[in-house]
Design a binder for this molecule. Structure first.
Ligand code: ARG
Length: 577
């Protein structure tokens, strides 16, 4: 797809060749040198000429002066040389005759890319440990992962989304102890995930003690839990039946959340699926002489690479998290023959991924460099760290419920007769949380403030969803408009289209950096530009039918681009609010 940068870059390359016929430049590199100046008074695009000083053997000031003479194109309105920079203003003709028709024509494909065609990406995200509460700490992997999947799909990749559920491990031993001691089937069936969380918190408090509520630690319960898990590993049918039931309940509870977010997975193949595949990988490690025995445990020494050893088998022979990851990656390569396998987890697991990626490389698997870890910052709530074990967490379902309640309250006041009120309240409430989360750079730690997330002032999800609905409402009131050419006469119209035309570039950089927040911020730019246009330019009431038609089309283009961007970040397109 041609972008404004690539178009101008081509013109710069031909101008450079006119200055020096020998100059070797490629348009893609030049496009990357073009900048968007922070202050639009300086132009819409700026080109730093010092980048060509070497090639052209002239000073930036000389180059800039020469280029102003040579650069001309229908997309360029004016070019100015300022201190060795070229300041370029984009022409309204280009915006009206190239950009807008392209958006209106391509519709839901506007912004889509082709560079992923024929390639496969596997994405491992969300992947919560079951039997534990699904809390705010899991929001990041879930929405960042899904967004990255959507972005890749938009670039043409075949994507496989895997929820690598943590459905194996001592947490099930704990839960089984708790259930046998304090639970009963009916209560858990009826209480669902809340009942499970209660049991989980209770057993952890009992094991480690909790001074605040006067519980004395009883470490023997931890041994009991390990024993119950060991029984599971040995194939004890009673425990396995309990385990299957607990897994089913947890998945069902999490499904509700995914449904609210509009997320589905292509596979739920979790940790328990790899029990049988692991021995082959362990045997290979052993044959290759990569395994070292240390105090009974088997590990791969990584000191040469400046890392602690990667633990493969415990003393009792049971497998570990990295071992399962190696077996799972091998399986995915066989199943999907991926070009990239992306893992989205918190930064706390950076070392884990570095270690086992290295092991895969040492094992001679040539796909080791196709494994990508995408870490994100950790979440605290109102300044305090999350602590699953003691129950100091905010469950996602409760967070969503609080947000939806709040929206419902506002609607009852402002728009009590809205049809589909419940669905809209849910879309906006959940959207508020998702948008708040995805406005941050992924790697930054987040101090999640419930108050801020649920505040509907400023640059929030409700604001952009409201803007989308506003565009829809203009369109539904506009009726049929004449098929007149678009004309751009005001500064607001031009600014809006200039914003819209950056969408494709944003998509590309969001994919390159695995950064959904670029899309979130793009949405905010579009919303601001559209609202300025909406307030300052009369749309439906314009006297001249050609102007009216043109502005309706601009509104339609905004709706298309906003909608395409919403789809990339799990935000519902609310037509009416
Ligand atoms: N279940 C893990 C956790 O909650 C995350 C799994 C991430 N994916 C992976 N292949 N290791 O911490």
């Amino acid at each position: 797809m041609q972008t404004i940068k690539s178009r101008i870059a081509e013109k710069i390359v031909s101008a450079v060749v006119q200055i020096n016929a020998e100059a070797q430049l490629n348009a893609q590199d030049v496009a990357a040198m073009l900048e968007y100046p922070p202050d639009s008074n300086m132009g819409d695009l700026a080109f730093p000429c010092f980048k060509l000083s070497k090639v052209l053997r002239r000073s930036p000031v000389q180059i800039a002066a020469a280029m102003t003479e040579l650069l001309n194109d229908a997309a360029i309105d004016t070019v100015e040389a300022v201190n060795g920079y070229l300041n370029i203003k984009i022409s309204n003709t280009y915006l009206a005759q190239s950009v807008l028709p392209e958006i209106l024509d391509k519709k839901e494909n506007y912004g889509a890319q082709e560079f992923g065609k024929g390639k496969t990406v596997v994405l491992d995200y969300s992947s919560p440990n079951l039997a534990k509460p699904f809390h705010i700490g899991h929001l990041g992997t879930t929405v960042i992962g899904h967004s990255i999947k959507k972005l890749h799909e938009f670039a043409g990749y075949r994507c496989v989304g895997i929820n690598y559920i943590g459905d194996w491990g001592t947490q099930f031993g704990k839960l089984i102890v708790a259930y046998k001691k304090w639970g009963n089937r009916e209560e858990v069936e009826n209480g669902g995930v809340d009942a499970l969380v209660d049991l989980y918190v209770r057993i952890n408090n009992a094991i480690s003690g909790n001074e605040e509520i006067g519980i004395v630690a009883d470490p023997s319960l931890a041994d009991e839990a390990r024993a119950e898990f060991h029984k599971m590993e040995m194939g004890d049918e009673e425990n396995l039946a309990l385990w299957r039931w607990l897994v089913k309940l947890s998945i069902k509870a999490n499904d509700k959340i995914y449904q609210q977010l509009g997320i589905t997975f292509d596979s739920y193949k979790g940790e328990s699926s790899y029990t049988e595949d692991m021995p082959a990988q362990v045997a290979k490690l052993r044959e290759m002489g990569l395994l070292k025995i240390d105090d009974g445990a088997s590990l791969v020494d990584l000191s040469e690479y400046g890392m602690p050893p990667c633990l493969i088998l415990k003393r009792d022979g049971s497998s570990l998290y990295p071992t399962r990851d190696i077996a799972a990656a091998y399986d995915r390569k066989q199943l999907y023959d991926f070009d990239k396998c992306i893992y989205v987890t918190s930064t706390q697991q950076i070392l884990h991924f570095k270690q086992w990626y290295k092991v895969v490389e040492l094992m001679g698997y040539d796909w080791y460099d196709k494994l990508v870890h995408v870490p994100y910052g950790t979440v605290s709530i109102n300044g305090a760290k999350l602590a699953t074990r003691t129950g100091n967490v905010v469950l996602l379902k409760d967070l969503f419920e609080a947000a939806v309640d709040k929206v419902r309250g506002i609607m009852d006041e402002k728009n009590p007769n809205l049809e589909n009120k419940e669905a809209v309240a849910e879309a906006i409430g959940v959207g508020a949380i998702v948008f708040y989360y995805l406005t941050n750079n992924r790697i930054k730690d987040i101090n999640f403030s419930l108050e801020e997330a649920l505040s509907f002032e400023g640059n929030t999800g409700p604001y952009v969803q409201y803007t989308y609905a506003r565009a829809c409402s203009v369109l539904s009131r506009a009726g049929n408009v004449a098929d007149a050419p678009v004309q751009i006469t005001t500064e607001e119209e031009a600014a809006l289209v200039k914003t819209l035309c950056r969408f494709g570039e944003r998509v590309c950089s969001a994919i390159a950096d695995y950064e959904p927040s670029y899309i979130t911020r793009f949405i905010l730019d579009v919303a601001a530009a559209f609202n300025r246009f909406y307030h300052n330019c009369t749309i439906l009431g314009a006297d001249d039918p050609a102007v009216r038609a043109s502005r309706v089309k601009l509104t339609e283009a905004t709706k298309i681009v906003l909608g395409n961007a919403f789809d990339l970040i799990c935000l519902s397109k609310t037509e009416k609010v």
